[in-house]
Write a protein that binds this ligand. Structure first.
Ligand SMILES: Nc1ncnc2c1ncn2[C@@H]1O[C@H](COP(=O)(O)OP(=O)(O)O)[C@@H](O)[C@H]1O
Ligand SMILES: CC(=O)N[C@@H](CCC(=O)OP(=O)(O)O)C(=O)O
Length: 308
């Protein structure tokens, strides 16, 4: 049985007493066209490890996901857990090392990744959603043959034409969405950990942004929402960019404006947009109920990724 080590179920409820009844009613009424437009549509939510460090925000997230399901949408959550893996590695005297946003994953690190993502982080989310009356089901890429992967060939940027060996990091070979679709057709909310399996049975650590983008594409999602720990993509001067085209992304990659964990996020977001996911947003998961605001209101925030 999984212990809810870092999960506290008693969190103060939102205090909305100061908000006037007229404003509350207006906010609810504003949601109606969005509820109607997105009814029956799939919304893939990438829940980044950095966005899940605050207990109150975690509870708000769980309730938001349930609300989306209850009003007829099909939320699918792909979670990360980079900082949580770093903490677990520290306990065994190891330090996380990244190349172009990907964790170098030796055998011991892979064991930690599987335990932290597929065990602790996933089960925390599942338990929290279930606590608020939802029916979440945790999956890794192994379940139902969901994510088949192979060892990643990471291009060496300093030596063009050569590749770096970063261990058991996977790239996606194929997604079999049958298990997710079966759950979605019912009242269940799939919570997916970014772990793939190779043909040889080897488990692979896959960046959660990459998994979220590919799942959104394969499920023909209406929306991909990536919740992170920053207001959105920033330009060279640190200003928030509200929308980004493929050309602008190329430029920001080339001049180093986009770096680290933002690299796989933007690449995956762009791939998803090009593959037909209608809207792709990178939003600030530190804002309370940012998910609801993104889906159900006119409020525009974060960065929208355009396909062209
Ligand atoms: N141009 C940029 N705009 C915004 N954030 C950037 C940019 N380039 C790099 N980053 C970094 O990317 C981080 C988000 O990626 P990451 O830490 O992997 O988040 P997550 O855990 O949500 O996937 C930001 O906190 C920021 O430090
Ligand atoms: C290969 C690779 O880098 N895998 C990631 C998987 C978790 C993840 O992506 O978590 P965030 O979304 O919180 O960054 C890692 O080991 O950190």
């Amino acid at each position: 049985m999984t212990q809810l080590t870092n999960l506290t179920l008693a969190v103060p409820s939102d205090d909305l007493t100061a908000v006037s009844p007229a404003i509350k009613a207006q906010i609810l009424a504003e949601a109606l066209p969005y509820i109607r437009n997105f009814h029956g549509k799939t919304i893939v939510i990438k829940y980044g490890g950095n966005a899940m460090t605050d207990e109150r925000l975690k509870h708000g997230f769980a309730r938001d996901v349930i609300l989306l399901k209850l009003v007829g949408m099909n939320p699918v959550v792909v979670h990360g857990g980079g900082p949580q893996i770093d903490n677990a590695l520290k306990k065994i005297g190891k330090q996380g090392t990244f190349v172009q946003g990907m964790r170098i994953t030796d055998e011991e690190t892979m064991e930690v990744v599987e335990w932290v993502l597929g065990g602790e982080v996933q089960q925390d989310i599942v338990m929290l959603i279930n606590h608020y009356g939802g029916q979440a089901v945790g999956l890794t890429g192994k379940d139902g043959g969901l994510i088949r992967a192979r060892k990643m060939a990471m291009p060496d940027r300093e030596n063009p034409g050569q590749f770096l060996d970063i261990g058991f990091v996977g790239e996606i070979d194929a997604i079999n969405p049958a298990v997710v679709k079966a759950l979605q057709d019912d009242a269940f909310i799939p919570i997916i950990s970014p772990i793939g399996f190779g043909q040889d049975g080897q488990a692979y650590n896959i960046n959660a942004d990459v998994v979220a983008g590919k799942i959104a594409e394969i499920l023909k999602a209406e929306k991909l929402i990536m919740m992170t720990n920053i207001a959105g993509v920033q330009d060279k001067t640190g200003n928030l960019v509200t929308d980004l085209s493929a050309r602008e992304i190329d430029e920001m990659f080339a001049d180093g404006t986009i770096s680290g964990g933002m690299l796989p996020k933007i690449s995956s977001a762009l791939d998803a947009a090009k593959s037909g996911v209608n809207t792709v947003h990178i939003i600030d998961g530190r804002i309370e109920h940012s998910l609801l605001l993104e889906v159900l209101t006119e409020q525009a925030f974060g960065t929208m990724i355009r396909s062209h």
